[in-house]
Design a protein around this ligand. Structure first.
Ligand SMILES: Nc1nc2c(c(=O)[nH]1)N[C@H]1C(S)=C(S)[C@@H](COP(=O)(O)O)O[C@H]1N2
Ligand SMILES: [Mo]
Length: 299
């Protein structure tokens, strides 16, 4: 794959596929594909990008503290260069992959995705990144692999939240292999055409737009292909509240709050709450992955 620098992107580069909402579609409101369910019923404000300020100042990254302002406050203490990802388990070419080497082999593009946190706030974010499938293919997935396990960096000297046992460190996440290979699943390396801010998971983090935000693990240092379903941080912490799949689903409530509606960040606390969409609006693209599964059991 040819490498393209982010500032070489043209509007053609960001509008090639049906899977994601593009900047042009948002501007014209012409979203008949991908997020059509949203566009069909939505006001322009539902599709408007959240501001850089919203995206980088209000989020979760427990490695830096549990307050939603802590990542912006303290993530600057993390040194993200050099960076490498150890890829192992059931792959043909296991090894330690340097981040810059990976980048030189990937086509970085922009994709605008809806993001929905389990706590019922949402944003629309212009990520830059490449498909996780491209990275997994670089390492070569063996036929016997069924799941992908991810790990965040453990470095308490620079990640002050890790000095406390708020959750078990390192943060871990997992996907079924078909979810991981889906073209919507992104390894994000930036936003708004800028390198990924530390608080959003620099230099590289996962983005799975049809799942709740906590699946999108940040600052990844390890990826492993397995036959066993991998442990996930929130499931280990609160198994009754967080399952492995964590698909956005308005019909399955979190035990302590409803998931039926959501509030878009940046529109004021008194803005109208919107109904949550099945699979966060990506039903057409991903529902087939879960055919025949009872999603109240596999939540
Ligand atoms: N390593 C790590 N990744 C993480 C988290 C975390 O605490 N640690 N929080 C998750 C949660 S709960 C959310 S909502 C998103 C929020 O960050 P974003 O707005 O940058 O996507 O990151 C997810 N990824
Ligand atoms: Mo979250």
């Amino acid at each position: 794959m040819a490498h393209r620098w982010k500032n070489d992107l043209t509007s053609e580069d960001v509008t090639p596929e049906k899977y994601w909402l593009t900047r042009r579609q948002i501007i014209t409101g012409a979203t008949s594909l991908g997020l059509g369910a949203i566009a069909g019923s939505a006001f322009a404000s539902d599709l408007e990008l959240n501001s850089w300020e919203d995206i980088t100042n209000y989020n979760n990254f427990y490695e830096f503290g549990t307050d939603k302002g802590d990542p912006a406050r303290y993530a600057g203490e993390l040194v993200t260069s050099p960076w490498s990802i150890e890829i192992g388990g059931l792959v043909e070419r296991p090894g330690v992959y340097d981040f810059q080497d990976i980048m030189s082999q990937m086509t970085v593009e922009e994709r605008i995705y809806r993001f929905r946190c389990v706590e019922a706030w949402s944003m629309v974010i212009p990520w830059n990144g490449f498909e996780l499938a491209d990275l997994l293919n670089l390492a070569g997935v063996q036929d016997s692999a069924e799941y992908v396990a991810f790990e965040t960096l453990y470095r308490p000297e620079q990640m002050r939240g890790q000095r406390f046992p708020t959750i078990e460190w390192p943060y871990v996440e997992g996907l079924r292999l078909d979810e991981a290979m889906h073209p919507l699943t992104l390894m994000a390396t930036g936003l708004y055409d800028k390198p990924m801010p530390n608080q959003n998971g620099a230099p590289i983090r996962l983005v799975v737009p049809w799942k709740y935000g906590f699946k999108s693990i940040k600052s990844i240092t390890k990826i492993s292909l397995t036959t066993e379903q991998p442990p996930t941080s929130w499931n280990k912490n609160q198994p009754r509240e967080y399952g492995f799949y964590s698909n956005v689903n308005p019909n399955v409530d979190h035990p302590r709050w409803s998931q039926a509606t959501e509030r878009k960040v940046g529109q004021g606390l008194f803005a109208r709450r919107k109904p949550t969409l099945m699979f966060n609006g990506y039903e057409e693209e991903v529902a087939h992955l879960y055919e025949g599964m009872d999603l109240t059991q596999y939540f």
